[in-house]
Write a protein that binds this ligand. Structure first.
Ligand code: SF4
Length: 362
């Protein structure tokens, strides 16, 4: 088993610790594919995912959150850094150092749900085959009857009728397909589920049903979620903590309520201002329009990568890269931000919370 000696400590409560994670893609040109630069998709990312929590990784498209999640499960091998994983009191394992067979065993405990339930399910396979496939691959069932019983149990878990197990995905709606994807992800009884924009392809009312289901399953099964999303309204209800990414780096991380009411990074402030707000006192607050595009990770601006879009930028921002530092004070939970003026700016957050999604189910 690949140990994790000498690559940094895991926090006591952490089930996954991401340490100095880097993923660069070469930019090549010409017939000889000469390298002329790099795309810094993930650039020195550090965070802990605590057991039983939901941590949301948010940011606009292209900020590195999906690449980060793929590097965690080693679907993409990182350029550098470590992903430490620990179950209970066992010694941490470094997923980045594992060979294929070892990784296959570790991946039983870290499963992924993808954004598009139309393309993520094989249309030629029945629900029995889709949900049962991981059980067969990992030799978790000994007979066809045991497989059918297990798949029926999983279908009930996601509130689908077990009698539908011989049908194909096309017979189901988008929300039902996402339930099938969740059942498949849970088939090996994982500890951690990474939900990559798991509800963003669904209608708003269906999103609420899937979010409720994920929350119920978390309580029932003691799951830990890494929730990758661009929609802060979704995250507000779902997450215990939020990490905001921009240009391949985490620019702010803290407890959800604290981050929403007291953002310390201008990018977080802008994302929050664009999210729907049910609080009557601040409902009509001015919306901050983010000018320009997300920074090109193949050609990052000098200094703070957010400076061309930041309404608070000063000369220092164009020269110096801000570090992610504690801004929450000595008391209370950690709240960190990467902005030269994190302690000085008066940024607007929202209080009152997002509306809890409706409770009814499909
Ligand atoms: Fe804006 Fe400067 Fe802070 Fe970057 S460091 S977010 S440019 S104020």
């Amino acid at each position: 088993m690949s140990g994790a000696g000498g690559v940094g400590q895991m926090e006591d409560r952490a089930i996954i610790s991401v340490r100095n994670l880097v993923k660069y893609f070469p930019i090549e040109t010409g017939f000889l594919r000469r390298q002329v630069g790099v795309v810094k998709a993930v650039d020195d990312v550090n965070f802990d995912l605590n057991e039983g929590e939901t941590l949301a990784l948010v940011g606009e498209s292209g900020c590195g959150k999906t690449t980060t999640s793929h590097c965690i499960i080693q679907a993409q091998r990182p350029t550098a850094g470590h992903v430490l994983f620990r179950i209970g009191d066992s010694a941490p394992m470094d997923l980045t150092q594992m060979e294929k067979a070892e990784l296959k065993a570790a991946r039983r405990n870290i499963r992924m749900i993808y954004q598009d339930p139309y393309s993520s399910l094989n249309p030629r396979m029945t629900l029995l085959q889709i949900i049962g496939e991981p059980l067969v691959i990992h030799k978790m069932v000994e007979s066809q009857e045991a497989l059918r019983n297990k798949v029926a149990e999983l279908l009930r878990l996601v509130r689908l009728d077990p009698s539908t197990m011989n049908r194909y995905p096309h017979a189901f709606s988008g929300g039902q397909r996402q339930r099938i994807a969740i059942a498949r992800a849970l088939s090996l009884s994982p500890k951690v589920v990474i939900a990559d924009e798991a509800v963003s392809a669904l209608d708003v009312s269906v999103q609420a049903q899937i979010l409720n289901l994920l929350k119920e399953l978390q309580n029932q099964l003691g799951l830990t979620y890494l929730f990758v999303a661009h929609n802060l309204a979704v995250v507000k209800y779902e997450a215990d903590r939020v990490a905001v990414m921009y240009a391949g780096k985490i620019v702010e991380i803290g407890e959800t309520e604290e981050l929403y009411t007291n953002p310390r990074h201008p990018y977080t402030e802008a994302l929050i201002s664009a999210a729907p707000n049910p609080d009557p006192d601040t409902k009509n607050r001015a919306r901050i329009v983010l000018a320009g595009e997300v920074a090109d990770p193949g050609n990052l601006p000098p200094g703070c990568a957010f400076h061309p879009r930041c309404r608070y930028a000063e000369d220092r921002c164009r020269r110096e890269i801000p570090q992610l530092v504690e801004v929450g004070g000595e008391e209370g939970p950690s709240h960190r931000a990467a902005c030269h003026f994190a302690s000085e700016l008066e940024l607007a957050g929202i209080s009152g919370g997002a509306e809890e999604p409706e409770r009814e189910r499909a």
